[in-house]
Design a protein around this ligand. Structure first.
Ligand SMILES: NC(=O)c1ccc[n+]([C@@H]2O[C@H](COP(=O)([O-])OP(=O)(O)OC[C@H]3O[C@@H](n4cnc5c(N)ncnc54)[C@H](O)[C@@H]3O)[C@@H](O)[C@H]2O)c1
Length: 391
C-alpha cells in the first residue's frame, strides 16, 4: 500500500478551508492534513479547532511534519514560503496569484503609482526563483488554479481536443462585489487588484485550453504572445455614488480590468474582471472555435432555480458565493466546490505528487499567467498599448 501523503497548510482562513475540504474527497491515495500554521495565532487556532488538526507555531515545524506544503497565505509570501518548503525537501502547492510584485518594502509604496515594467521584471524573477528551487529539490510544484479543473472547462477541453477544433476567440470573466479578505486591495499584500486577483482565473483557463489545442494537434503548446489592457478605479472616482452594496476602500488597486490577448498562432481572447458586479459571482468563459461554440458556465449554473417569497426562509441555506439576497428567484449551487473544480484539482495534485508527474496546472502555466498579468499592467500604464509577453 502506498504511504499516506502528509499535507501541511500555510494560511488558515478562506482558501485553507476549501483546500481542507477538497483533501477529504481525494480517492485512491490516503491523504492526511497534519496541521496548519498562519501568521495570526487566532486564525490558526480557530482552524485547528474546527477541523481537528494540529496548530503549528512555525512554518518550519509544519514542514518537518509534512510531505507537501499547501500555501494558502496572501500572495506576498508565496515565494518565500514556497522556496523554503522546497529547500526543506517538500512538494509544494501554491494558490493564485503564483507570485507577483509587492513593493520594495517601504511604507510609502503605492502599487498604482509604481513603474509597471519594474513590476513585470521583478514578478518574473520571483517566478524563476520558485521554479529554480523546485528544480533543485526535484519535488513537484502544483499551481492551484481551480478553473483549469472546473468540469465546464474540462468538458470543453475534451470537445476541443477530440473534435480537432481550433479556438479562434475566447471571452471570459470573473467578477463579483468585492473580496472578503482584508489583504485584498492593498498592493503590497495582494500584488495587484482585479487583474491579479480575478482575471487570473479565466485567463489561466484560456491559456490552458490553447495549450491543450496545440499539444493535441501539433505536439506543441500554443502560448500567449501579446496583451493590451485597461484598468480603472471606479469606486475611487470622486463622483462614485456608494449605494452600500459593493465593497469599497481599495487602497491602491484597480477594481475593473479588461485584457485583450493574442496567442502565438494569432488567435485572441478577451478577459474581463471587476469588483463592481452584483448578483453573486459571475464566472464564465465562452469559446468560439472553427467547429463549435461552448459557453462554460462555472457560477452561477441553473441546475436549480428556486423562488422564496421571504429571505428568512433560506437563512440556514447556502445559496451561492457572494449573492446579496436570497429573496425571490435564485440559483442555489447544488455543489459549488465541484462546479469550481476544487476536488478535481486536489485529486490531480495528489496523483501528480504520488506519481512524480506534472499536474495539469503546473509551474509553466503559472509562469505564463504571471507574465501576461504583469504585461497587462505595463499596457494599462500606457493606456492600452500592445505589449509583447516575455516568456
Ligand atoms: N482559488 C480561489 O478560488 C481562491 C479564493 C480565495 C483566495 N484564494 C487565494 O488564497 C490565498 C489566501 O487567500 P484567503 O482568501 O484565504 O485570505 P485570508 O485573508 O482569508 O487568509 C489568509 C491567511 O494567511 C495567513 N497568513 C498571512 N501571512 C502569512 C505567513 N507569512 N505565513 C503563514 N500564513 C500567513 C493569515 O493569518 C490568514 O490565516 C491568496 O493567495 C488568494 O489569492 C484563492
Amino acid at each position: 500500500m502506498t504511504p499516506t501523503l502528509h499535507v501541511g497548510i500555510a494560511g488558515a482562513r478562506f482558501a485553507a478551508r476549501f483546500h481542507w475540504k477538497s483533501y477529504q474527497k481525494v480517492t485512491g491515495t490516503r491523504v492526511e492534513v497534519v496541521g496548519v500554521t498562519s501568521r495570526s495565532p487566532e486564525s490558526r487556532a480557530a482552524f485547528a479547532r474546527e477541523f481537528d488538526v494540529r496548530s503549528f507555531d512555525s512554518f518550519e515545524e509544519l514542514c518537518d511534519a509534512s510531505d507537501a506544503i499547501d500555501i494558502c497565505a496572501p500572495g506576498a509570501v508565496h515565494e518565500s514560503l514556497a522556496v523554503e518548503a522546497f529547500n526543506r525537501g517538500k512538494h509544494v502547492i501554491v494558490e493564485k496569484p503564483f507570485t507577483g510584485y509587492f513593493g520594495p518594502g517601504d511604507e510609502s509604496f503605492r502599487g498604482d503609482e509604481f513603474p509597471k515594467e519594474t513590476m513585470l521584471k521583478e514578478a518574473l524573477a520571483s517566478c524563476d526563483r520558485i521554479l529554480k528551487a523546485a528544480a533543485d529539490s526535484g519535488k513537484t510544484l502544483c499551481y492551484a488554479e481551480n478553473w483549469v479543473y472546473a468540469p465546464a472547462i474540462q468538458k470543453e477541453r475534451e470537445i476541443l481536443t477530440k473534435s480537432g477544433g481550433q479556438i479562434l476567440w475566447m471571452m471570459g470573466d470573473e467578477s463579483h462585489s468585492g473580496s472578503h479578505s482584508p489583504y485584498y486591495g492593498i498592493w503590497k499584500h495582494s500584488g495587484g487588484g482585479s487583474v491579479v486577483g480575478k482575471a487570473c482565473h479565466p485567463l489561466t483557463a484560456a491559456l490552458s485550453l490553447k495549450r491543450s489545442e496545440g499539444l493535441a494537434r501539433d505536439g506543441r503548446a500554443i502560448r500567449p504572445a501579446t496583451v493590451s489592457a485597461r484598468t480603472h478605479e471606479i469606486t475611487r472616482l470622486p463622483g462614485f455614488r456608494d449605494a452600500g452594496f459593493l465593497r469599497t476602500r481599495y487602497h491602491d488597486t484597480e477594481d475593473y480590468s479588461q485584457l485583450h490577448l493574442t496567442f502565438d498562432d494569432g488567435t485572441v481572447a478577451d478577459i474581463f474582471s471587476a469588483e463592481l458586479v452584483l448578483g453573486g459571482v459571475h464566472n464564465w468563459l465562452e469559446v468560439f472555435a472553427n467547429n463549435h461554440r461552448t459557453r462554460c458556465n462555472l457560477n452561477p449554473v441553473d441546475a436549480l432555480e428556486t423562488f422564496v417569497p421571504r429571505e428568512e426562509l433560506l437563512k440556514d441555506v447556502y445559496v451561492t458565493e457572494k449573492i446579496e439576497t436570497k429573496q425571490g428567484w435564485s440559483r442555489p449551487a447544488a455543489d459549488e466546490d465541484w462546479q469550481h473544480g476544487y476536488p478535481q484539482e486536489f485529486q490531480d495534485f495528489v496523483e501528480s505528487i504520488r506519481n512524480g508527474r506534472e499536474a495539469l496546472s503546473n509551474a509553466s502555466l503559472a509562469r505564463d499567467t504571471i507574465a501576461v498579468l504583469y504585461s497587462a499592467y505595463v499596457s494599462a500604464e500606457r493606456r492600452g498599448q500592445e505589449v509583447t509577453v516575455p516568456l
